[in-house]
Ligand binder design. Structure first.
Ligand SMILES: [Zn+2]
Ligand SMILES: [Zn+2]
Length: 208
């Protein structure tokens, strides 16, 4: 029999290894896709900057839609896996379920799926922004993975990011709402579509 502390330490080490591999997969996927875009499509400095902004907005919206409509859909394998993350937050095995994917190939698949609409739109409009989109999508993913981990597992976060951690912990406290993990742009934009969204405030939940 292993003690809770031993399980906690073992799963934390495994979770860190998985996170590292996911971050490597994200940086390589983003780099390869950016270079493919540069090689195939026209590019310019203005296009790159436009792509960086568009990619940030797209990544934030994708995170929101995936989390709200797939991971909290109430059915399917992705929803079941996400519910395990919600259910294990206070268990010794918490670290096993904090990362976006337990396998870096899941991260590669995420980038490949998102590359399809970007390449199709670039091909239609002959846009010069693809490399920027892939770069900021990769940076967003890496920030999401690291901030999500630190929100749950502890670790240094700059002062200005601590409200982000609290934002996500409120999502867990209520099991719904606040679907952006650290940058609540789409939470704000789509707030009117959540009529039952009733997130408790700090007074009601002093532990948060
Ligand atoms: Zn959730
Ligand atoms: Zn979480």
């Amino acid at each position: 029999m292993f003690s809770d502390d031993a399980i906690r330490a073992e799963t934390r080490a495994a979770g860190r290894r998985i996170k590292r591999n996911n971050l490597i997969a994200a940086s390589l996927s983003g780099t390869v896709l950016a270079f493919v875009s540069l090689a195939i499509f026209p590019h310019s400095e203005a296009g790159l900057l436009t792509g960086l902004a568009a990619g940030l907005f797209y990544a934030n919206g994708f995170e929101y839609v995936l989390h709200r409509f797939l991971l909290h859909s109430g059915r399917g394998i992705f929803c079941r896996q996400h519910m395990v993350h919600h259910a294990t937050l206070h268990s010794p095995e918490v670290a096993r379920y904090v990362n976006f994917s337990s396998n870096p190939w899941g991260v590669v698949a995420l980038f490949c799926v998102n590359a399809i609409p970007v390449f199709v739109l670039q091909w239609i409009f002959r846009g010069a922004w693809g490399a920027g989109v892939f770069t900021s999508f990769a940076l967003y993913y890496m920030a999401f993975e690291e901030i999500h981990w630190r929100s749950h597992m502890g670790g240094w976060l700059p002062k200005w990011l601590r409200p982000a951690a609290r934002h996500h912990l409120l999502h867990h406290a209520h099991d719904t709402g606040r679907f952006n993990v650290f940058l609540p742009v789409f939470d704000w934009l789509l707030k009117p579509t959540l009529p039952l969204w009733n997130v408790p405030n700090k007074k009601e939940n002093p532990r948060l």
